[in-house]
Design a protein around this ligand. Sequence first.
Ligand code: SF4
Length: 482
Amino acid sequence: MASRFSGALQLTDLDDFITPSQECIKPVTIEKKKTKTGAKIKIGEDGYFDISSGQEQKLQKVEITLADCLACSGCITSAESVLVTRQSQEELLKVFSERKYTDNKGVTKSVSLVVISLSPQPTLSLAARYKLTPEDATKKLAGYFKSLGADLVLDMTVAEDLSLLEVQQEFLERYHNHQNDPTAKHLPMLASSCPGWVCYAEKTHGNFILPYISSTKSPQQIMGSLVKQYLSKSKEVNPSEIYHVTFMPCYDKKLEASREDFYSEILSCHDVDCVITAIELEQMLNNSGKSLSEVASSELDWPWSESDGHPAIRRHLGSGSGGYADHVFSYAAEQLFGESNAPLVYRNLRNPDFREVTLEKDGKEVLKFAIANGFRNIQNLVQKLKRGKSPYHYVEVMACPSGCLNGGAQVRPSTGESSRELVTQLEGLYSQLPLAAAGGGGLVRRLYADWLDGRDSDKARAMLHTRYHAVEKSDIALNIKW
Ligand code: SF4
C-alpha cells in the first residue's frame, strides 16, 4: 500500500502497538486471477508490484481517509500509518498562504481567523530539542506561527481546567450511582483524554468496555468547542471561517479531531481543523532551514476578558499526561471522605507504567486508583476487568508508555540519547512549568456562568462531553470488497 503520508509520519516506537495488526481493509479493485499459488508481490522502490504472471504489474495506489481508519479494527491506534491528508504540514502552509481550507466533507471555505492552541507536551519537546526554556520555547512557537500567518496563538490551560473539573464531577456521580447499583458499569471510571486508548477500546473491546470510559471530552476537543462556539462570537467570526489548529504530542489526536462526534451540523465545521505535532513542526523548521532558537518571539494571546489570567503553558499536579488520577483522587477523597489533603503515594505494580494509589479510612481501603500507560499495561487492566478482578475506582489510561510526554509524535531523541533519558528530561521541564490555578481561575468560572449556563446544564453536557461507538467486526467484514 502506498499512500500520501505527511513526511513526518513513520513507523517508529512499536512499543505502543496494540495487537498484531490485521491487514488494512481499505477496499481496492483488483483483477482476480485464477492462480493456485496466490499472488506474488514484490516491494519496489516506488511501489508494490504483482509479479504472479511473470510480468511486473504496478499495484494501484490506495488513498485512505480518516473515516476509513476509524471504521476499521485492523489498523494500529497510535496512527503511525494513518493517512491524514487534511492535517498535514503541507496543508497547514497552504491554508496560511491561501486563507481557505477544504474540510473533511470536501467543502472549501474561506478563512478569516487562524487560531493555534498550544498544549504543554509538544512545547516541551521542542524546548528540549532546541535547548530553550519552556517559556522561551512557548514564545518562539507563538512567533513562528504568527510569522506564518496565525492570528491568535493560545495556551490550552483553560480547556485542561474544564476537562479536569468535569472529570472530577463525573467521578462523583458514577461513585454514587455505583453505590446504588453495583452491577451496572459505573466504576471503574476510565480516562478518556487519550484517543489512542479510546480508539482501541472502540475497535477491540466495544460495548464491554465503553460504559466505563469517562464521557468528558479531552482538552483538545474542549478547546475546539471553546474556539468555535464561544470565541467565534466575541470575535464576530463565522465559526466555519475559523481554522483551528492544535499543537499536540501524537498523531492519534488527528484521528480524534476528525471524529464525526466533533463535527457540528449547525455550524458546518469541526471543532479542530488541523493537528500539528512536535515532530512535524521540527520538520517544518528544517524545511525552511531555521532553528526555533532564531525565530522572533511573540507573546501568547489572551482573547478572554478576565484580567486575572495571563497566558502561559501551565502544568497540573500529577502525571505529565494532565494529572487526571491525582485530581480525581484528591477531589473524591475530600468530597466523599472529608480528607482534604489525602497523600498521593503511588506504588509500582509490574513496572513504573502501572502504578496505584489508595486511600484508607479506619483501616479500610476506600479509594483505589491507578495509572496505566502503554498497551501492555492496558491489556492487563482489560483482562482484570473481564475477569471481574479490577480493584479500581478510577484508572488514568494512556496509550503511550510514560504517557503524553512520550507521545508518538514528539521529537525523537538526539544521537546517543536514549528514549528514557529524553522522557526524564521532559518530565523535569514539565515540573518547572507554572502551576495552573487550582479548580480553574476566574475565566473558568465565567465560562460556566456565561457560556455553559452553569454546571450540570444541558449546554455544559453538550459542550464538554461526548459519546463512544463500538466498531463491530461484522460491519468491518462487510466492507471488504475484493
Ligand atoms: Fe497521544 Fe498521550 Fe494518548 Fe500517547 S498517551 S496516544 S500522546 S494522548
